[in-house]
Design a protein around this ligand. Structure first.
Ligand code: ASP
Length: 612
């Protein structure tokens, strides 16, 4: 028997017991004729004491960091207790020990805090994973998965696997592809999600399906994404939006209660997409703090009279002017305000500048554009924004989309600076009533400026009262017209996102289940009947054999774990993640194939310009 206990288990009540432990040597300290060793396994750390007699053996077989050893002896009370360790009241007085395996000196310290840089730790991920923080993260991940399964099982959901070698799926990213040896010159695609399969399972009668499943998307890896990530993928039949929201906020409440002991609100608040965009500037509002966006002027429509013909070109010509009121920040120094101005001018934000109005404690108002802002205008502005003495009003002006986005970012930044975004607080909500379509400038159809793309995916159902609007109007956006005036711009979908603390945690929709409506949807997206048949013939065909009404949702499992673990990076919650360039630096993948393998796959490599 290698061990009788784990390294996290022994307590004062165990004193006197003869035990055996096994684990990794974390630290060695010598004091005269005594040696102290911290022995670690995934359960904790126990101090081993090598007293005089056995110490001599230790001199003959010196230990080193990360050696795997087994030690036997008696549990004794420590004279000098360590209150920071659960095992800190005791130590193991070693009578015998054995080195089970030696270890090279690891390239970084394997402790709570490490001295290893990112790249090194990725290369030696198996060592990094020995560190307590990563051990805790993977444990948390397992807990979350377990809680999800527990709840869904209780609700009658069935876990059904779907294939990885498939045909392209339409989640809007690029596919990873796999060459087929048996079918020369043909390729599988890896699923961006099991979307079409779960819909087919509904046609097959499995009315409550789920899967904790890997998805693959070949995207640029900015913003903490991974090329392969995990979803909690779910689908239900004979449901309306209300049923789906009810079941899945229940799931999230269960997970938070089980994993964190936290009760999320019941029910979750809901907000329409329009309201979220108007008040928060994006579709994933962080509700941990207020600081709502103030819409002073939107697409040239004036909401705040203070901006009426100010004579200041920046404001008068801007399509949109927005403000936020930062509580208690009127005392910001010139330097602090300059720094914020630089912040909004960064390329990621891209604004020209930042105006401000200080609402001073004595009730007076002082702006950075006093020449144009008369006292009357300032008072109007203060009233419109409901700013109080002591507050700082920050104003952005420019094109609608950019300004709204910048104001949303500035709000979050000020939330950070004021410490209003605690990782201990969780504010979930549903964002509902999303637009069915999104306008894309990059692509276009013949005779159209730009084109409509599915905001969620092409299987999302329009709201019943908006179906006619879709069916009866052509998708073409005629030159000289504004896409916002097109009837498609107003069509809403039965689509919903679950948002927690400003992060989209899950998204789904009620689906189209009638063949003719699905075909109309493809037409609206500019797919010819032939293309639609070629790409999605299997689904359209299945819809002819009695498809039930259905809907579902998928949650970003890695992201959910990161939020529960109070981290911003999903990578910390994935055992073997890729780096920012999509590489596994431990395996050194991707890597070239040898000639024989290429030949077998009928692949001949093209020399690209960058290789020459
Ligand atoms: N398949 C969708 C996605 O991956 C989720 C869903 O509609 O259920 O975003």
């Amino acid at each position: 028997m290698y061990r009788t206990h784990t390294c996290g288990e022994l307590r004062l009540s165990d004193t006197g017991k003869k035990v055996r432990l096994a684990g990794w040597v974390q630290r060695i300290r010598k004091f005269g004729k005594m040696t102290f060793v911290d022995l670690r396994d995934r359960y904790g750390i126990t101090q081993l004491v090598f007293a005089e007699a056995i110490n001599q053996r230790l001199d003959q077989h010196p230990l080193n960091r990360e050696y795997v050893i087994q030690a036997e002896g008696r549990v004794v009370e420590r004279s000098n207790k360590n209150p920071h360790l659960p095992t800190g009241d005791i130590e193991l007085l070693v009578e015998q020990f054995e080195v089970l395996n030696e270890a090279k000196t690891p390239p970084f310290t394997i402790e709570e805090e490490t001295d290893g840089g990112d790249d090194l730790r990725m290369k030696y991920r198996f060592l990094d994973l020995r560190r307590p923080p990563l051990q805790r993260n993977l444990w948390l991940r397992y807990q979350v998965a377990r809680a999800v399964r527990e709840y869904l099982d209780e609700q009658g959901f069935m876990d059904i696997e779907t294939p990885f070698l498939i045909k392209s799926t339409p989640e809007g990213a690029r596919d990873f592809v796999v060459p087929s040896r048996m079918n020369p010159h043909q390729f599988y695609a890896l699923p961006q999600s099991p979307q079409t399969f779960k819909q087919l399972l509904m046609v097959s009668g499995f009315d409550r399906y789920y899967q904790i499943v890997r998805c693959f998307r070949d995207e640029d890896l900015r913003a903490d994404r991974q090329p392969e990530f995990t979803q909690i993928d779910c689908e239900m039949s004979f449901v309306e939006q209300e049923d789906v929201l009810h079941i899945f906020e229940g799931m999230m409440r269960h997970v938070f209660r089980r994993v964190k002991g936290i009760d999320l609100p019941n029910p979750f608040p809901r907000m329409s997409w329009e309201e979220a965009m108007w008040n928060y500037g994006n579709d994933k509002p962080d509700l941990r703090f207020e600081m709502l966006l103030q819409n002073l002027k939107v697409r040239h429509k004036l909401y705040c009279e203070a901006l009426h013909q100010t004579g200041f070109g920046v404001l008068d010509q801007a399509e949109t002017v927005m403000a936020i009121v930062v509580p208690g920040a009127a005392t910001y120094t010139r330097k602090q305000v300059d720094e914020l101005t630089e912040w909004v001018k960064r390329p990621q934000i891209g604004m020209q500048g930042l105006l401000y109005v200080r609402c001073l404690a004595d009730g007076s108002l002082k702006s950075s554009a006093d020449k144009y802002f008369t006292p009357d205008r300032l008072a109007q502005l203060q009233q419109f924004c409901q700013a109080h003495p002591g507050d700082l009003i920050l104003i952005l002006a420019g094109k609608e989309d950019k300004t709204r986005k910048a104001a949303a970012e500035l709000r979050l930044e000020m939330g950070n600076r004021l410490g209003l975004r605690s990782k201990e607080e969780f504010k979930p909500l549903w964002v509902i009533d999303f637009p069915l379509f999104e306008y894309s400038e990059e692509e276009s159809l013949p005779g159209s400026v730009g084109r409509w793309v599915a905001r969620h995916h092409p299987f999302t159902a329009p709201k019943p009262e908006h179906i006619a609007q879709m069916v009866e109007n052509s998708p073409l956006i005629l030159p000289g017209t504004d896409y916002q005036d097109h009837p498609y711009a107003k069509i809403k979908a039965n689509a919903y996102d679950m948002v927690i603390n400003g992060q989209e945690i899950g998204g789904g929709s009620i689906r189209i289940y009638q063949r003719d409506l699905q075909e109309k949807m493809f037409t609206a997206l500019g797919l010819s009947a032939e293309e639609a048949r070629q790409k999605f013939g299997f689904l359209l065909g299945a819809f002819e054999y009695g498809a039930p009404p259905h809907g579902g949702i998928a949650f970003g499992f890695d992201r959910l774990c990161a939020i529960l673990g109070g981290s911003d990076t999903i990578r910390d919650f994935i055992a073997f993640p890729k780096n920012n360039a999509g590489r596994d630096v431990m395996l050194d993948a991707p890597s070239p194939l040898d000639e024989a393998q290429l030949k077998e796959l009928h692949i001949c490599l093209r020399k690209d310009q960058h290789e020459n």
